[in-house]
Design a protein around this ligand. Structure first.
Ligand SMILES: C[S@@+](CC[C@H](N)C(=O)[O-])C[C@H]1O[C@@H](n2cnc3c(N)ncnc32)[C@H](O)[C@@H]1O
Length: 301
């Protein structure tokens, strides 16, 4: 099983690092430098330690995070990293700022050539903008173990991306977001807050090492643990206010829900008992008659 060796790290950083180096630290946007993977260690460790098999990288730049994840899972015969990226060289964030990337990812052959020097053959391209790409992935109905999001950092697009990612994640799976505490891109942190407010079964860990990595884990508990909220499309502060103005805390909402569940379970039991009483005896009588008819038929024939 391969590990990130010094040679592999140097080659990976050269071929795949994205963005400018920070003048103060000489580290790249993934805290990498030519002798160190930076956040790449986190991506590698999460995929290796969780024994991931299906990994999605949405927003790929020049492929740094995809390469670290692909190395971590390459020893598993069927394991694949899918990269979902439209290959933008420029795009507008939240309708105002422009962001840039290398504009790669034309087709699968280009992806193969790009990662070949790193010995990686387990990366597949889905060339699409995230909304369209997620829609196609949903139609395949094959949940992912890890989804790394590092695409459009605007609030609205990032929230849509995280919602889509949650719906494509297997229970217990992980979403990893880059730039989770980055003042340049506050939309990411806000989208994470909003997502967790919508679905408080998502466990969240934020590593506040600039520019931040957030890990969300989808609970594998049942739907009954969820607090239903009317799909909020408004700001987090309004959501919090609305909850407070109703005068019910999350704990209260949960206990109300638990009471409803008890009632549903009791009604289901009553229904089962009454169906049993209503149908079992007539069905048994009918079976006995069929049995008797069978024996009679065998005797006379
Ligand atoms: C910051 S780079 C990603 C860096 C990368 N994660 C790495 O490890 O180096 C952003 C990428 O997001 C892509 N992107 C921008 N908007 C997107 C969208 N709506 N859907 C999918 N990808 C998007 C761009 O094409 C670009 O490749």
């Amino acid at each position: 099983m391969r590990q990130p060796s010094p040679d592999w790290i140097a080659a990976a950083v050269k071929a795949t690092a994205h963005g400018h180096r920070d003048d103060a630290t000489w580290l790249g946007s993934q805290r990498e430098r030519s002798d160190d993977l930076g956040f790449g260690w986190i991506y590698f460790a999460l995929a290796r330690a969780s024994n991931a098999e299906r990994v999605l990288v949405q927003g790929t730049g020049r492929g740094f995070s995809a390469a670290c994840l692909a190395l971590a899972i390459e020893h598993r015969p069927d394991a694949m990293v899918t990269i979902l990226d439209p290959g933008f060289s420029e795009w507008i964030v939240d309708g105002e700022r422009t962001d840039q990337a290398a504009g790669l990812w034309t087709d699968q052959e280009q992806v193969r050539r790009h990662f070949a020097p790193l010995g990686l053959t387990n990366i597949a391209l889905l060339r699409a903008q995230s909304d369209q790409g997620y829609a196609r992935l949903k139609a395949r109905d094959e949940p992912f173990d890890i989804i790394l999001i590092d695409g459009d950092h605007g609030y609205e697009q990032c929230l849509k991306d995280v919602r889509n990612a949650v719906s494509l994640l297997r229970p217990g799976g992980l979403i990893v977001l880059h730039d989770a505490v980055c003042p340049d891109w506050p939309g990411v942190a806000l989208a994470i807050d909003m997502m967790q407010a919508e679905d408080d079964t998502l466990q969240r860990v934020v590593l506040p090492i600039y520019p931040g990595v957030c890990i969300l884990q989808k609970s594998d508990a049942g739907a009954n643990d969820r607090v239903p909220l009317d799909a909020p499309a408004f700001a987090l502060s309004e959501l919090v206010e609305q909850r407070l103005s109703r005068g019910r805390s999350l704990t209260q909402l949960r206990s109300e829900l638990a009471e409803k569940d008890d009632t549903i379970a009791r009604l289901q039991d009553e229904l089962r008992t009454s169906l049993y009483q209503r149908w079992t005896r007539p069905v048994r009588r009918m079976m006995a008659r069929i049995g008797r008819m069978g024996r009679f038929h065998r005797r006379v024939s």
